[in-house]
Design a protein around this ligand. Structure first.
Ligand code: GTP
Ligand code: MG
Length: 174
């Protein structure tokens, strides 16, 4: 115990991007409230939530989370949310090849226009639907590695790897 002198309290703007229906809002709801909504509504525009986590050294990270709308009609709004962000989570649905293609589009856009030094994570959501998988772990991991991104497969439904995702991002922040 070394008092509060060198415990950091970071505030982090984080944005979630990815195709409509991949489970961005469910990931946020799981992380922030510990809940899952099987009849989650399509996001309109974007929604904002925050959640603070404590790290092992008792420093804290407050995530200010922008959960964007994945429907194509909202794509032009995305820069409003990723501008100035310190972290971005690009989500695809591991039962949807098309959503994996879309994730790659968002990665490129972030590489071109987001903050230099932004922490990028690629998440294959719906890992509970492994029997319906169309995107292999190896393919996604190789893509993430070649783009210097953290990669995980997760499930908002079962909570698998959701907290771990945000903890890993916190550790990678400068
Ligand atoms: P937009 O707001 O349109 O961009 O979509 P979104 O990415 O926010 O998707 P949302 O979180 O609303 O989830 C879409 C659907 O997928 C809902 O029916 C969820 O219940 C379902 N879903 C989300 N996560 C999971 C998961 O981990 N497993 C399973 N089986 N279903 C999930
Ligand atoms: Mg949503």
């Amino acid at each position: 115990e070394n008092g509060s002198q060198d415990t950091k309290h970071l505030r982090v703007k984080l944005v979630l991007l990815g195709d409509s229906g991949v489970g961005k809002s469910c990931i946020v709801l799981r992380f922030v409230r510990g809940q899952f909504d099987p009849s989650s509504k399509v996001t309109v525009g974007a929604s904002f939530l925050s959640q603070t986590i404590a790290l092992q050294d008792s420093s804290t990270v407050k995530f200010e989370i922008w959960d964007t709308a994945g429907q194509e009609r909202y794509a032009s709004l995305a820069p409003l949310y990723y501008r100035g962000a310190s972290a971005a989570v690009v989500v695809y649905d591991l039962t949807s090849k098309e959503s994996f293609q879309k994730a790659q589009y968002w990665v490129k856009e972030l590489q071109k226009h987001a903050n230099a030094g932004i922490v990028l994570a690629l998440v294959g959501n719906k890992a509970d639907l492994d029997n319906l998988r169309t995107v292999s772990t190896d393919e996604a991991r190789a893509y993430a590695e070649s783009n210097s991104m953290f990669f995980t497969e997760a499930s908002a439904k079962t909570a698998g790897n959701i907290n771990e995702l945000f903890e890993e991002i916190a550790k990678r922040l400068p």
